[in-house]
Design a protein around this ligand. Sequence first.
Ligand SMILES: CC(C)(COP(=O)(O)OP(=O)(O)OC[C@H]1O[C@@H](n2cnc3c(N)ncnc32)[C@H](O)[C@@H]1OP(=O)(O)O)[C@@H](O)C(=O)NCCC(=O)NCCS
Length: 315
Amino acid sequence: MKIFTPNSSIEHAERNSLLQKSLRESVQYFSIESEYPIVLSKDGSRFSYCFRHENVLVAHANLWPRVVTCSVTKQRWNIGLIGNVATDERFRGQGIMSNVLEHLKSVATDTNLSILILWSDLLEFYQKQGFRSFGEERRYIYTEDSLSKRQVDSPIKDVFYNKHEISNISDVTLDTFMDLRPKTTLTIDRTTREFASLLRIPNLNVFSSTDSNGRLYAFAIIGKGADMESVVHEWGADSPSDILNLLSFILSDSDREAAMLLAPKELPKDLHKELNSFISGKEQHPMALAWTHPALPKNECRHLEKLFIWGLDSI
Ligand SMILES: CC(C)(COP(=O)(O)OP(=O)(O)OC[C@H]1O[C@@H](n2cnc3c(N)ncnc32)[C@H](O)[C@@H]1OP(=O)(O)O)[C@@H](O)C(=O)NCCC(=O)NCCS
């Protein structure tokens, strides 16, 4: 099976058209490639794996190599994220995607990727391809009503809530955001430049709280293209009440009835407890689906189950 990476404007357009048709049922005001500013960009061709039958580009999957660093031991793993998986409707059920995924596993072997991770509801399909549920995340759901049950003391500090103009966010602010995120043992390394690129995804809003000295102490990112509508998929704060205050502001700023906060399982107990106290609902969920390289030692595999991937890093 001849799999290739697209290297002309025509091939990019063919790929984008296949993904748009296969993965976006409803018409959006933005294109699918604008939702993936790294892996579907022209510069990101090497992350795209396409299959052509006669003259038609009939299947595609992204494979994005990333690095995970353990904050305790500093051990690093190369991993791969898979996304934008689609076979042209007319060619489904012929084993094409199974072959593309086999190819990605051989790329993983050749390039020392320990695991391949993806997000999908098609459990049955991916189980057949050797993927299984992996890791755990918490999903806290809040409404204005549930958050109003908090005893808010007279304000201890002046708070300024900001809804950011994305293009005006400085690198220093982006680095502060990353420092504010709750500490996890394992997450994906991300450069400031990658962060800035990922914030260009349409339908995404960034909120933050600053004090009267201009010190930033909480932030939340909500929405991501056609996905994660009303989901805060990346956040950080000095204290649990700071993130809950910011969520209250986000809900009052929009006509959203509820917002979901994604959180790593591995948070300090008091933070989970506080986040839990004012929910209107919650869910516990595997973090993703993963294929593990057969040569990966069992203890490393267990350790990697702690991995938490923030929303902007997922594809
Ligand atoms: C999911 C998808 C990529 C599968 O591509 P495909 O080329 O038809 O897949 P294959 O022919 O290799 O199928 C392999 C096996 O999975 C099964 N399968 C295919 N699609 C399935 C689905 N949606 N649900 C469950 N099983 C599925 C096939 O029946 C086949 O089983 P078999 O080996 O027992 O015969 C394709 O259906 C598609 O593009 N769907 C729309 C987009 C989408 O949902 N993408 C995934 C987003 S994560």
